[in-house]
Write a protein that binds this ligand. Structure first.
Ligand code: NA7
Length: 543
C-alpha cells in the first residue's frame, strides 16, 4: 500500500470556464446565469448530498425562513413566479428545498452540479490565469473563474465545552441536523443557544421531548412570526403584481418589499407610539422593524422598541423570575439579528420546560450524563447546540484558496476580511464571492442580495470576455477604501453596539472582530456597484 497521496489521473482533469462552489440559492442562479446567458461551461460543486445550500443542512425542528415566502424567491424568471405556489407565509426548510429543486429541474441545472464533492483546495496559476480546484473525490478541475456561493452561515459553530467527548447521550448541532430526524420521545433534552435558531427550535423540542432545559447565555428579543397558510386570493394578487413587488424589494434598504415608516419614534407621544408598536406586533415578523425609521439609528428610539418588547415578554411569561431572565438587558432590539417566533416565550409556561440562565450559573463542563453548571448537574439524554455559525468567513477560508504568490485567503484575512464590494479581494484574481463579507448579504432579504451579486459578476465576466481580458482583481487601495465604507456604514447604525454579535465575528473565540456585512442598504449598495461598473470598473485591475 502506498502512503503517498494518489496523483489524480489525467482522465480526472476537467476544464471549464467557471467553477461555482455551493448549490444553494446563489450557486443555482450563478449556474443559470453563466451557462444560459453567457454560454459558459460551468461546474457546480457541493459537499452536500443534495441541492439547497443552507436549507440542505438546517433541518432542525422548526427550521423556517424569517423572510416571507413570496419574496424569499428568485425574481429572474416570471415563469417560476407564476408556476410555483408557496403554501405558508414563511416557508419551512422542506418547502424551500422543493422550490429549489423545481427551479433546478425547470432549467436542467442538475447536469452541471456535482454533489457529495468537497473542494479541498483551489490554487491560482497566474501564468495561465487559471484556478486548479481539487476535490475530495480525486478530481482536478481547471477554470478561469472561481465563484464561491457558499453562503454566509454554513460552518457550524460547536463551542469547545470541556467534557463533550465524555457525554454518553447524543448531541447535535442544528446546522447539521440528521435527515431522518431525531426521536425525542421520553428524552430529557438540553438546548444551548437562544438566537434565531434556538427561538424557532425550543417550542418544537418542548412538544416532542419529555423535558426541555434551555441554556441561555444572552436573553433575546423576538417578534411573533404569525405564520399562516397563504390564501388563494393572496397568491393570485401576488402573482398579478410580481413586477411591482420585485421593484419594491430592490429600491428599499433591506430587500423586503415593505416601507419603513418615515417618522421618528420620538416624534409621537407615548400613546400613539404604543398604538403603532401594537399594530406592528400584530402584523408580526421582521416588519416590526419598520415601525419607525430610527429604531436602528437612534439609541433613544431604539429604547422605545426594546422597552415595548420587554413589556410583551413580561406579559407572556407567567413566572416572574423566568420572565426576568428572558428579558434582554444588555443590547438594544435588532442590534443583533432579530428572531421571529411561534410561541417561544409561551414555551416557558409549560411544565416540562426549564430555563437555565448561564449569566447566573455558567456551564462548567459537559459530563457523562448532562451539563454541569456552577450550581448543579442537569441530567440530559440529548444536547442540541443551537450555537450558530462561523459566519461570513468560515466557509470561504475552509476552501483552502491560494493566490498566485502562494498566499492563502486565511492568511490574507488574518486581521479580518478585506474585500472590495464584498465580491473580490486583492491578491486573488478571478475569484468572485457571492454575498461575501463587506456586502449587504444577511442584512438583506438574501435572494435580492444574491441576484444582484450574481448579475454583477456575470456582467463583469461578460466585460472581460468581450474585451479579451483574462484576469481581474481589486487594487489594495480600493479594498481599503471599501473596508472604511463598511465601517462608516455600520457606525451610522446601532449594530456595532451589540458586542457579542456574529455580525462582528464576536461569537467565535479568536476570530478577528470587525463589522462584516455592509449596512449601507441594499439599494444604495447596488447603485455603488453599478456606478463602479459604468466607470470602467473603477478600483479593479484587468490583464
Ligand atoms: P446565533 O444567532 O449566533 O445564536 C447562537 C446562540 O448560541 C446565541 O444565543 C449564543 O449566545 C449561543 N451560544 C453560542 N456559544 C455559546 C456557548 N459557548 N455557551 C452558551 N451559549 C452559546 O445563531 P443562530 O443559528 O441562532 O442564528 C444564525 C442565523 O441563521 C440567524 O440569524 C438567521 O439569519 C439564520 P450569545 O448571544 O452569543 O450570548
Amino acid at each position: 500500500m502506498s502512503l503517498t497521496k494518489a496523483v489524480p489521473e489525467s482522465s480526472n482533469l476537467q476544464e471549464v470556464d467557471a467553477v461555482v462552489v455551493g448549490a444553494g440559492f446563489a450557486g443555482l442562479y450563478a449556474l443559470y446565469k453563466l451557462r444560459e446567458e453567457l454560454g459558459l461551461k460551468v461546474q457546480v460543486l457541493d459537499k452536500a448530498g443534495g441541492i439547497g445550500g443552507t436549507w440542505y443542512w438546517n433541518r432542525y425542528p422548526g427550521a423556517r425562513c424569517d423572510s416571507e415566502s413570496y419574496y424569499y424567491s428568485y425574481s429572474f424568471s416570471s415563469e417560476v413566479e407564476q408556476e410555483w405556489n408557496w403554501s405558508e407565509r414563511y416557508p419551512d426548510h422542506n418547502e424551500i428545498r422543493r422550490y429549489l429543486t423545481f427551479v433546478a429541474d425547470k432549467f436542467d441545472l442538475h447536469r452541471d452540479i456535482r454533489l457529495s464533492t468537497k473542494v479541498t483546495s483551489a490554487t491560482y496559476d497566474s501564468a495561465r490565469d487559471r484556478w486548479t480546484i481539487l476535490t475530495d473525490v480525486g478530481q482536478t478541475i481547471e477554470a478561469q473563474f472561481l465563484i464561491t456561493a457558499v453562503g454566509c452561515l454554513s460552518t457550524a459553530n460547536v463551542p469547545n465545552i470541556p467534557g463533550i467527548d465524555t457525554f454518553k447521550g447524543d448531541w447535535y448541532h442544528t446546522g447539521q441536523w440528521p435527515h431522518d430526524g431525531v426521536d425525542l420521545t421520553g428524552k430529557r433534552v438540553g438546548q444551548i443557544g437562544t438566537g434565531s435558531t434556538g427561538i424557532q427550535l425550543a417550542p418544537e423540542l418542548a412538544a416532542a421531548a419529555e423535558h426541555l432545559t434551555v441554556f441561555q447565555r444572552t436573553a433575546n428579543y423576538s417578534i411573533p412570526a404569525r405564520n399562516a397558510p397563504l390564501t388563494e386570493e393572496f397568491q393570485t394578487e401576488v402573482k398579478k403584481n410580481y413586477r411591482d413587488i420585485r421593484a419594491w424589494a430592490k429600491r428599499v434598504t433591506n430587500g423586503h418589499p415593505f416601507d419603513i415608516r418615515d417618522q421618528s419614534a420620538l416624534d409621537v407621544d407615548s400613546t400613539e407610539r404604543r398604538n403603532i408598536y401594537d399594530k406592528a406586533w400584530e402584523t408580526g415578523g421582521l416588519r416590526f422593524r419598520a415601525a419607525f425609521r430610527d429604531i436602528l439609528t437612534d439609541t433613544q428610539a431604539n429604547q422605545t422598541a426594546s422597552d415595548f418588547i420587554r413589556s410583551k415578554i413580561r406579559e407572556k411569561v407567567k413566572n416572574s423570575d423566568t420572565a426576568e431572565s428572558l428579558t434582554p438587558n444588555d443590547h438594544g432590539f435588532a442590534t443583533k439579528r432579530p428572531p421571529i417566533d411561534t410561541y417561544y416565550f409561551e414555551t416557558f409556561n409549560r411544565d416540562n420546560v426549564s430555563l437555565v440562565d448561564l449569566r447566573a450559573t455558567p456551564i462548567e463542563e459537559i459530563t457523562e450524563s448532562g451539563i454541569r453548571t456552577t450550581d448543579q448537574e442537569h441530567k440530559l439524554d440529548v444536547i442540541v447546540f443551537a450555537t450558530g455559525f462561523d459566519a461570513f468567513t468560515g466557509s470561504l477560508e475552509a476552501l483552502n484558496i491560494s493566490g498566485p504568490d502562494g498566499n492563502t485567503l486565511r492568511d490574507s484575512w488574518h486581521a479580518g476580511p478585506r474585500t472590495y464590494l464584498g465580491v473580490q479581494t486583492p491578491g486573488f484574481p478571478n475569484l468572485f464571492m457571492i454575498t461575501g463579507p463587506g456586502s449587504p448579504s444577511v442584512l438583506c432579504n438574501m435572494p435580492v442580495a444574491i441576484e444582484q451579486h450574481v448579475e454583477w459578476v456575470a456582467q463583469c465576466i461578460k466585460h472581460m470576455r468581450d474585451g479579451g481580458l483574462s484576469s481581474v482583481e481589486p487594487t489594495p487601495d480600493a479594498a481599503d477604501e471599501w473596508v472604511t465604507e463598511v465601517n462608516r456604514a455600520a457606525n451610522a447604525t446601532l449594530l456595532p453596539q451589540a458586542s457579542s454579535s456574529w455580525y462582528l465575528g464576536a461569537n467565535v473565540p479568536g476570530k478577528p472582530q470587525m463589522f462584516l456585512p455592509y449596512a449601507g442598504g441594499m439599494a444604495h449598495f447596488a447603485d455603488i456597484c453599478e456606478e463602479v461598473a459604468q466607470n470602467d470598473y473603477r478600483g479593479f485591475v484587468f490583464t
